[in-house]
Design a protein. Sequence first.
Length: 142
Amino acid sequence: MKNLLLATATVATLQLSLTNDAEAAQVKKVNFESNNQNLVGNLYLPDDYQEGDKLPGVVVTGAWTTVKEQMPATYAEELADRGHAVLAFDFRNWGESGGNERQLENPTNKTQDIIAAANWHLVAKQPIKRLMLEMKRRSRLS
């Protein structure tokens, strides 16, 4: 039964990807810092994005050992096609981002990099700021 469910989910995913008729997203290279290290990312925007448009924002990362052009790009493109501003980036020491210890697997650093990416995105995209402030307010209430 488990294999049948997995096969069904795989077929459904393939069908969705084959029927996607969305336009290609705009991609802009961006740079920001995390603990004095330069991080390089790609900002994906809807194809019809005009400067000044207000969009909901998302930060996408892949598995710990991936770079922005792999799995994160797939999700970023799809989310941009659905109207989001999406930031995919290379963790420090990986891909195009800075760092002297290449391919260093450090979950603490990577968590800090995700926070830095979200903070950069907050400044660049105001709708995210409102969302994050609301999330912080709600977390204080619970």
